[in-house]
Design a protein around this ligand. Structure first.
Ligand SMILES: [Zn+2]
Length: 721
């Protein structure tokens, strides 16, 4: 996938510095071939509509915004979350937060942390900056390298809210000239989008959804120019007044705001205590919560405690599927379930999706698999020097689903006793597996086949769950059948546990890449030119999102063993100590060889070394050739390994196995409980993840075998004595 363009970009970047020269932060969000209009991801319905000239979102007036009500976020509320590929990238997270705050300050759009709402916006780290249009089933914004700016995120959120580009409006030819000869291969960024609606708001030169005049230029010349006086207005700076106006019309903000006010009043009148609610939301943030809770993780996993208040039966936070207030339905329809914690708590019938449908199989929806997160795209700014983006889908960052109800079924008429050995509900096997046969009489009745040992040749485990009482029923509400406080001894083994990653610092060394950094810092450049300075003069600017040097884990026998790059041109372990049978050779003389598998090592433009070892291909990574190993030069005691993906882009290994050897001939797999240990590794591309070897390894050669990846690239350090 290394196009001529990519090579040209690389050659351009061959300056004396390791890092490329800074890019203008006001550059357009340059985009990928498979995106639409530059940085837009469309769902298949929208793609079809585009191809056929059909309805891109309802309406027929032909302007810049979607009109279809189904594409608007209900009540203007967007539940959001940060994917693990982004959550440690401070710049990206703060850009997204700043942009969300801007939207909230200027419009009625509100952002709430996603819990179990069906639709949500997920911020991820992919290549480039892009966003889906409107509320779609798997709405995402990518904060790629170079997208970590507030205005870029404000723009991408604009897509998610429901906007196409201003220059894609049907009436744009009245307002701008398009210079097709100056546009590179991204002509479609200047296509018009039919059948959209801008609600009577005139063309806006200062829209955040308007590309800059030089966007997608192939020759440095402007690609558009205004046909009318701009009165000093500049596109793509911030959410404009007309952007806000159009949002208001699209969402009917006056009504939303009035509803919110009305509801706030009711709330006040009704004297619900809005003060301290220690459990901000009595909902589970993960669909595995019930099963984790049942296996006792509430008491020994901080993640579970924090994210599963409902399943963990946190004080004052029981599932209680009733509305305690007559206004609950009102509040719910005005979006207050998401906005006000106390409403979530006291209006569970209206708010809690676990209560909806009155059926215990109603568990939080499973998101569709993330199949198109890793489309082959062109990076945001020039160098397309990433190895071929992977063809496989990334690991779904959601933990595997174990569909377990937190409650028993609703009331069962006593007369409706099932015949023996029949399950009346499809969820029976899951309930049985989760131990409900033992502590829920209704499950026992409904799920004789799954619950009664006799129905299964007596092979079902006797679910002798410690329990004393039947659930308390509240009216017609489902029973609050929480698991007994002691997890059942014979309970199911959880199929997944939260992945708890131990991070070791930030993964980027604080270095100055220019000898004048100190001087510039003194002259105030860190503040006046933060984009460039914070990347190139990290030390002088006292940037906090980097590591002062090669970090080490705490404790004894945890010294770095010399793989890492320390910011100088000398390596403690020589290049010859590294080996892999096959690695990626991306072209133009660049190599992703084993000797580059050094923690912190960035792309080296002087020596054409990719900052990481990368397997030759997906297939190669799966084969016998798919490993990278290091010779520590003598037998050492090794206690930890830190791994990192490839800097800047998003390749990473999310799971790996280890083999080791003292003589370089016989390699043993690292095992636990008689099985090869699979280590949880990286989700983002930069933050080092630390794994401890239980019981240490004594070896001279350590071999890392990728087990799961989006594209297998690795940097590493070992620690020991
Ligand atoms: Zn865009």
């Amino acid at each position: 996938m290394w196009s001529v363009l990519a090579v040209a970009a690389l050659l351009q970047g061959c300056s004396a510095q390791v890092y490329e020269p800074s890019k203008d932060s006001r550059d357009s969000p340059q985009q990928a071939a498979k995106n639409y209009f530059g940085d837009v991801k469309l769902n298949h319905i929208q793609v079809e509509a585009l191809k056929s000239g059909g309805d891109m979102g309802g309406g027929n007036n032909g302007y810049a915004a979607v009109n279809g009500e189904n594409l608007r976020w209900k009540n203007g509320i967007i539940p959001y979350e940060f994917d693990c590929s982004i959550e440690n990238l401070d710049d990206a997270v703060s850009a997204a937060k700043a942009a969300m705050a801007e939207w909230e300050a200027k419009t009625c759009i509100r952002f709430v942390k996603h819990t179990n709402e069906k639709f949500r916006l997920r911020f991820i780290r992919d290549t480039h900056c892009w966003g889906n249009v409107g509320q779609v089933s798997y709405s995402r914004i990518s904060i790629g390298h170079g997208c970590e700016y507030q205005h870029v995120m404000t723009h991408e959120i604009g897509h998610v809210v429901g906007f196409y580009h201003e220059q894609n409006r049907m009436d744009r030819d009245d307002w701008v000239n398009v210079f097709w000869k100056n546009i590179g291969r991204f002509n479609d960024a200047f296509d018009k989008v039919k059948n959209t609606d801008s609600y009577g708001v005139p063309y806006d030169y200062e829209s955040i959804m308007h590309y800059p005049w030089s966007a997608f230029s192939s020759n440095g010349k402007d690609t558009m120019s205004p046909k009318k006086p701009t009165n000093g207005k500049l596109p793509y700076i911030e959410l404009s007044k007309d952007d806000a106006l159009q949002t208001s019309k699209m969402y009917n903000c006056p009504k939303i705001v009035a509803d919110r006010k009305r509801v706030a009043k009711l709330q006040h009148k009704d004297d619900l205590k809005l003060s301290a609610d220690p459990y901000k939301s009595c909902v589970d943030n993960n669909k595995n919560c019930p099963s984790w809770a049942k296996t006792g993780l509430c008491s020994n996993s901080q993640y579970v405690m924090q994210n599963c208040p409902l399943s963990c039966n946190a004080p004052g936070c029981q599932l209680n599927c009733i509305d305690e207030n007559p206004y609950c339905a009102d509040w719910a329809s005005a979006g207050h379930c998401q906005l006000v914690a106390v409403v979530r708590k006291h209006c569970q019938k209206s708010c809690n999706s676990l209560c909806k449908g009155g059926n215990p199989t109603t568990v939080p929806p499973t998101p569709p698999p993330n199949t198109d997160a890793l489309k082959t795209d062109r990076p945001t700014d020039a160098p397309t020097d990433a190895p071929t983006p992977p063809a496989t889908a990334p690991p779904n960052t959601d933990l595997p689903a174990t569909q377990v109800p937190t409650q028993g079924p609703t009331k069962v008429p006593a007369t409706k006793l099932p015949a023996k050995c029949i399950d009346e509900k499809t969820a029976c096997p899951a309930w049985a597996k989760a131990g409900f046969c033992g502590n829920n009489e209704q499950v026992k009745i409904l799920c004789v086949k799954s619950c009664d040992p006799e129905c299964n040749g007596g092979k079902n485990p006797p679910t002798q769950v410690p329990h004393t009482h039947l659930p308390v029923t509240t009216g017609d509400a489902p029973v609050t059948n929480q698991p007994a406080t002691n997890p059942p001894v014979t309970g199911p083994v959880p199929t997944s546990k939260p992945t708890v990653r131990n991070f070791l610092g930030k993964g980027v060394l604080c270095l100055d890449y220019n000898e004048k950094c100190d001087q510039w810092a003194k002259e105030g450049e860190c503040e006046s030119n933060p984009g460039w300075m914070r990347s190139n003069c990290m030390k002088a600017c006292k940037v906090t999102s980097c590591d002062a040097g090669v970090l080490k884990p705490p404790g004894a026998c945890a010294t770095p063993l010399g793989l890492a790059w320390n910011g100088t041109s000398t390596f403690q372990l020589p290049d010859s100590a590294f080996h892999s049978p096959a690695n990626l050779s991306p072209g133009a003389g660049w190599e992703a060889a084993a000797m580059n598998a050094r923690l912190y090592y960035p792309d080296d433009y002087d020596n054409l070394r990719i900052g990481a070892w990368c397997a030759a291909s997906h297939e190669s990574a799966k084969s016998m050739d798919g490993y990278v190993q290091v010779d520590l030069q003598e037998v050492r005691t090794i206690n930890y390994i830190a791994t990192q993906g490839r800097d800047k882009y998003f390749e990473r290994i999310s799971k790996f196995k280890i083999k080791y050897s003292s003589d370089g001939v016989d390699y043993k797999p690292f095992q636990m409980g008689g099985k090869d240990k699979v280590f949880d590794a990286n989700c983002d591309h930069v933050t080092p993840v630390l794994n401890k070897f239980p019981g240490s390894i004594t070896a001279r050669y350590i071999r890392v075998e990728p087990w799961e990846w989006n594209y297998p690239c690795l940097r590493m350090e070992l620690y020991g004595c």
